[in-house]
Ligand binder design. Sequence first.
Ligand code: IFM
Length: 471
Amino acid sequence: MSLTYDDTSAAHAPATLPEVPAGFVWGTATAAYQIEGAVDVDGRGESIWDVFCRRPGAVAGAASGAVACDSYHRWRDDVDLLAGLGVDAYRFSVAWPRILPAGRGEISPAGLDYYDRLVDALCERGIRPFVTLYHWDLPQALEDGGGWRTRDTADRFAEYASLVAGALQDRVRDWITLNEPYCSSIVGYAEGRHAPGATEGHGALAAAHHLLLGHGRAVAAIRAAAGARARVGITLNLSPVVPATDSDADRAAAHRLDLMLNRQFTDPVLGGAYPDGFERLYAGVSDLSFRRDGDLERISVPLDFLGVNYYYRLHAADAPHAQPDPARRSAADIGVRQVQPGGVATTGLGWPIEPAGLFDTLTGLAGRFPKLPPVYITENGCAELRDNPDPDPERIAFIAEHLSAAARAAAADDRLDLRGYFYWSLIDNFEWARGYGPRFGLAHVDYATGTRTPKASYHWLRDRIRARRGR
Ligand code: IFM
């Protein structure tokens, strides 16, 4: 059964929140390297992002996360913002190099203390911590040994996950192993747009596989360290891909992009197998010799939830110049060109605003995976490029329309157990290779002073959450 989304009504969606089930979790999200700063404080080790940011031309404005929002020092301000917003939950990430500066071995107690205090403060305010263990900041020492190209990194990740889970398990129940393994593998090791900035074929596919293996091993390690009350999931960034035209060539291009972006990750994790056509797609780029018997069983360990990050739908056209290139060395080179859909409004980053893509993503998952665990939307957000806390009606409309699409998906398909929504992001922050230009926050950050100023969207969301709770 294929469900369709009525875009026409979404275009005029009122800025109200839809009905959601009791217990639905309202939250916001951030990530360590994007907000913490303090990269050389209290014994933190270097991460691949510290190194990548020093590469000339890698990051807009030669920016880095060295100071960012200084949340390492100003975390109380962030907790105040969360409490004022009235969210149920806060999704943040732990910086691996703060806990294990060399990625393994010696533990930094000061690093653990930071998260310990943050978790305490959240719990005191009744805010449920959702802890992401890997949001892209691999310790550079591990990258020097091959990074995610090597199997060893998956084992190191499980050790680190066990350590953090053991330290925080008395207050944290919700764990997310990886954030967006597509970005950490294909964008980082094939496209070179993210750390570590490699452009490889075999290495990028190995990185993707080892990230997933690390996820599977970490799920087991977290459960062993945190006990039965732990709920463990993974966050995938998913974008439905539509062909730019009805031509066979564009349809095939859309299918290739879907394999690389979505199904390389959903199918092993939720279905225990790489998708049909995956090996053919990468013939000539990699012999996939990094796979071992038993890996897929580990990768597909049953989860307590799936995190979905949704920002936009992709429109794909065939780019025949790239596909048959025998010198193809990057796993990102699959003969596809992305095109901008006509007549569709965009965010400040030029990303098409298509809530229907969220509806399709959620109903598509429910249709394809009979054992789909409960789903949280762990990120969804829109950026503006202006640097001030002026009213941001486009963000309000964005949130309302996407929530409406998500609620409609849940109503349309009872196999979908939708449990919550986390807006990206609580505060403006370091947007990776784009630097500090794009601002996703519900609160504006003045990077010169660190001052946080709630935007209109913050007040709007606060009022809607309050109204939902009848207070
Ligand atoms: O800022 C990122 C985040 O780190 C991962 N998901 C997408 C966001 C916006 O680009």
